[in-house]
Design a protein around this ligand. Structure first.
Ligand code: GLN
Length: 310
């Protein structure tokens, strides 16, 4: 029988050392800022219920959230629309890439909040009136999840704006279907700014933990979202968080998670912990290669798989 390690004593530097030699995958080059990422970067952090946050070497290195922001945009949209966001976006996995130009057939809604179409919509459902107000409200909401004030990397935001052709295409398609209520420019700008939020793995682990502990930030004690919202978000992370790799992820890691093109991964193990990993080289589904391997090891070592019975 495997002995499950104690997360408060778990050696994160040893985990980092085990995954560092895995140097396959390629760094995303959809914007110049991402293409400059250090392929050797690897950092891991855990956030526990008592508010303890533990990080490996390099756990204070900053990166852009990119798609790891999507669960939190969904959470803020559910909060601000009093649950109506659930009727505006689907929750079924697509089996397709994150930026596939495709909406739910029959409804014209985005397929789920974890792909780009869905996140363009959920970001537009957050309160705030105009682009600036909505973007500020998102930044404040994300900061509450992280338990510290976060900032936007203006260079990343600018490059997302300049290179966001597919996101524009998705937003226009939703306009044509009548499922997006703001202009395409507005939707792309607000979503692009959310993707450009900078943080380190320790802050991202706290964000994952806030969802894992029913919407209460374990660091600050603040209730950021109701328990029902956290549960809905984590459910959709479990089924859709790793795009067309979600099934394999769930079988192998068994922890709801969200991947991103910056190589960031956020994990929410309900009632147990939040975790985050960053390492820029990605596999074909856009998941960090070292992040996936580290997640498998973490899950095995700490007994995190939600369907494991031992
Ligand atoms: N900003 C990226 C995009 O919209 C985010 C995608 C991702 O991280 N998978 O294309």
């Amino acid at each position: 029988m495997t002995v499950t390690a104690d997360p408060s004593a778990y050696d994160l530097d040893a985990l980092r050392a085990r995954v560092l030699p895995h140097d396959d995958g390629s760094v995303d080059d959809s914007i110049p800022r991402l293409a400059e990422a250090d392929p050797g970067l690897c950092a891991v952090a855990l956030a526990l219920q008592d508010g303890t946050v533990r990080g490996s070497a390099r756990s204070d290195t900053l990166f852009a959230m990119q798609s790891s922001v999507k669960p939190f945009l969904f959470a803020l949209a559910l909060l601000d629309t009093d649950g109506d966001a659930l009727h505006r976006v689907g929750i079924e996995p697509t089996g397709e890439a994150f930026d596939a130009i495709k909406l739910e057939s029959g409804t014209g809604r985005p397929p789920n909040p974890m792909v780009n179409a869905g996140a363009l919509l959920t970001a537009s459902l957050v309160d705030g009136g105009d682009v600036e107000g909505r973007s500020d409200r998102i930044l404040r909401g994300l900061s509450a999840f992280a338990g510290r004030p976060l900032e936007i990397d203006e260079r990343t935001a600018g490059e997302e704006r300049e290179h966001g052709e597919r996101n524009h295409a998705l937003a226009h398609l939703m306009r044509a279907e009548g499922t997006l209520h703001v202009t395409a420019d507005d939707a792309v700008e607000v979503y692009g700014r959310a993707c450009a939020v900078l943080l380190d793995v320790q802050a991202l682990a706290v964000m994952g933990a806030t969802l894992a502990f029913g919407g209460v930030n374990p660091l600050t004690g603040e209730r950021v979202v109701p328990g029902s919202v956290a549960r809905d978000v984590v459910s959709v992370m479990a089924t859709c968080g790793v795009y067309d790799g979600s099934g394999t992820w769930m079988r192998r890691v068994g922890v709801p998670a969200k991947s991103s093109v910056s190589g960031a991964l956020v994990l929410s193990a309900p009632r147990m912990l939040g975790a985050a990993i960053v390492s820029p080289p990605l596999d074909r589904q856009g998941t960090s290669v070292r992040g996936r391997i580290a997640s498998e090891m973490l899950s095995d070592d700490l007994g995190l798989h939600v369907f494991a019975t031992r």
